[in-house]
Design a binder for this molecule. Structure first.
Ligand SMILES: Nc1ncnc2c1ncn2[C@@H]1O[C@H](COP(=O)(O)OP(=O)(O)OP(=O)(O)O)[C@@H](O)[C@H]1O
Ligand SMILES: [Mg+2]
Length: 291
């Protein structure tokens, strides 16, 4: 387990020209998050979150707010805990055997892990798009209509038809599937399946949408459509998006959170993170100086 040695406050980056030659010790220890992890108008508030898989700790004392109508991008090297942290927010880690989440997480000030919380309505309020598309073994239509039906949002066929069409349009998939709505969702290409899962997630009008690398299987056209959608959705919703694309983080988010070895190293407004990062690890990552 990591010991904490580095005083992150002293870790301001040196002049860029000089750093280009250097490499950064990726085992540098992080003592506290620099920047602005909290916000005034928090929709989601996470405090002192620790996550364990069995004996192994994957997330170390992470505190972060996500504001109403805000998009927060989560970035960092593979295995740093982005997906693990995202899954805490709608209790998807509950489904992983041996996974334990500690900490104080609230949605609109109400505990996400309270004993009385029913995870089914929670996951309708906090929707998720996974790293790998996972359509239900149902038709394209049913993939999108299922959520609105089970959550009682719509029951009449005409209402469902409208939600299905609207959700598929917003996900940029309607034109490709409108003539095959009764065919299995699993018969679509990978990128189409991902857009189907995005349509499924927005069909129940969640208040929060968690997106785990939603565009990694998409071509540039579909990616642009999803980025537009994220911008549209922000008017009403709160969004957390994990991405390996720094350009995407810069395009869609207001704040960016940089994770490293299970620690939240830095959170700042997105422009600051990409132009003037405060922590040497953030700078090393965005300038590509990790091996
Ligand atoms: N189901 C699991 N069981 C045990 N360990 C896990 C499990 N899922 C993730 N981990 C471990 O937790 C750590 C964080 O993994 P996580 O998948 O959250 O990283 P990530 O930042 O999303 O990486 P990537 O960018 O590759 O998706 C890793 O060390 C990983 O091996
Ligand atoms: Mg991941």
């Amino acid at each position: 387990m990591n010991t904490m040695t580095l005083d992150a406050g002293n870790a301001a980056p040196a002049a860029t020209g000089q750093l280009e030659q250097d490499t950064v010790d990726t085992n540098t220890k992080v003592s506290e998050t620099v920047g602005q992890p909290l916000c005034d108008d928090a929709k989601l508030s996470m405090r002192n979150v620790n996550v364990f898989y069995g004996e192994t700790q994957a997330i170390h004392d992470v505190s972060l707010d996500i504001g109403r109508n805000e998009v927060v991008a989560m970035i960092g090297p593979s295995g740093c805990g982005k997906s693990t942290f995202l899954r805490c927010i709608n209790r998807m880690n509950d489904t992983i055997e041996g996974c334990r989440v500690d900490g104080d997480l609230t949605l609109d000030g109400e505990p996400i892990y309270g004993p009385k919380v029913d995870v089914v309505p929670l996951r309708a309020r906090v929707g998720m798009v996974f790293q790998k598309p996972n359509p239900f073994p149902k038709t394209i239509y049913e993939n999108v209509a299922y959520g609105p039906k089970i959550h009682g949002i719509a029951s009449r066929r005409a209402e469902l038809d409208e939600i299905v069409e609207n959700s598929l349009r917003r996900a940029g998939l309607w034109n490709e599937v409108k003539d095959r709505l009764d065919k299995p969702g699993t018969g679509l290409s990978g990128g189409q399946q991902q857009r189907l899962c995005i349509a499924r997630a927005i069909a129940v009008s969640p208040e929060v949408i968690l997106m785990d690398e939603p565009c990694s299987a998409l071509d540039p056209i579909a990616t642009a459509r999803i980025e537009e959608l994220i911008d549209e959705l922000r008017e009403n919703y709160t969004i957390a998006i994990v991405t390996h694309s720094m350009q995407q983080a810069a395009r869609v988010s207001q704040r960016t959170a940089y994770f490293h070895l299970g620690h939240l190293v830095e959170v700042n407004d997105t422009e600051t993170v990409f132009t003037n990062p405060q922590h040497e690890l953030t700078e090393a990552y965005i300038t590509g100086r990790f091996g």
